[in-house]
Design a protein around this ligand. Sequence first.
Ligand SMILES: Nc1ncnc2c1ncn2[C@@H]1O[C@H](COP(=O)(O)OP(=O)(O)OP(=O)(O)O)[C@@H](O)[C@H]1O
Ligand SMILES: [Mg+2]
Length: 264
Amino acid sequence: MTKPAPKSNGNASDSILVVDRVSKTFESNSQRSIPALAPVSMDIRKGDVVVFVGPSGCGKSTLLNLIAGFIQPSSGKITLEGEHVVAPGCERLMMFQDHGLFPWLNVIDNVSYGLKRRWFHPTARREKARQFLRMMHLENYEKANIHELSGGMKQRVALARALAPDPSVLLIDEPFSALDTVVRLELYAELQRIHQETKKTIIFVTHEMQEAACLGDRVMVFSGSPGSVIHELRIDLPRPRNYTDPQVQAHAQDLITRLQANPQ
Ligand SMILES: Nc1ncnc2c1ncn2[C@@H]1O[C@H](COP(=O)(O)OP(=O)(O)OP(=O)(O)O)[C@@H](O)[C@H]1O
Ligand SMILES: [Mg+2]
């Protein structure tokens, strides 16, 4: 039995992204409907780092895909800065778990690719791409092929590619799950530094509660099938946060307790 979704503490005036009673039911070929997401509402403020956690299949990726505009809600409405989200757009960019880089392009061309819409001149595109490669400490790898990079470096290129077009909202689906611990810890520090520099609104999904507590300002706990938000944890610890900080661990434990109390 799931509890009703908590009311968001955001208020309409400082919200950048509003998810208003959004639900999704997939219609499959076998004519069986799959209710993936029960009506979910949330207000996300500019600069927030919002994390979605919850058991497998509770609709976290579905909600990210709805916000990205890859799929449309069965009911409800998503607005970004007052504009109804009806299709993908470069103000909402998604970074995928498998990095999604183009193997036939080198590092700088991968980062430049997303700039084609906004930065028309090739020289301006390259300069912009270089700026983000420097931010990721990848300035010496701009000519490298993607297959020459480690997993962590590929994720950093993917992050540079997603940030370079200056999206209002960056959407990330389990970005670090395939990486080893040391690389993940480096990327946590990196992501926090970049967030401080760019003040981007970031929404990401993870199964790792300590990661959620280390990086998130707000953690939305999902449960059920169809999924809904059963709890919101606000994390007000100062930044940059250390993954092993006891206060981060305490918040992670709180999240684990919530999830255990609401198994799917
Ligand atoms: N394109 C689709 N067509 C049909 N059903 C889908 C589709 N995408 C997702 N689903 C179903 O919707 C439900 C929610 O899936 P979703 O991928 O959002 O879960 P999730 O919370 O991201 O899970 P995980 O943690 O395993 O990634 C699941 O039952 C899944 O099978
Ligand atoms: Mg998922």
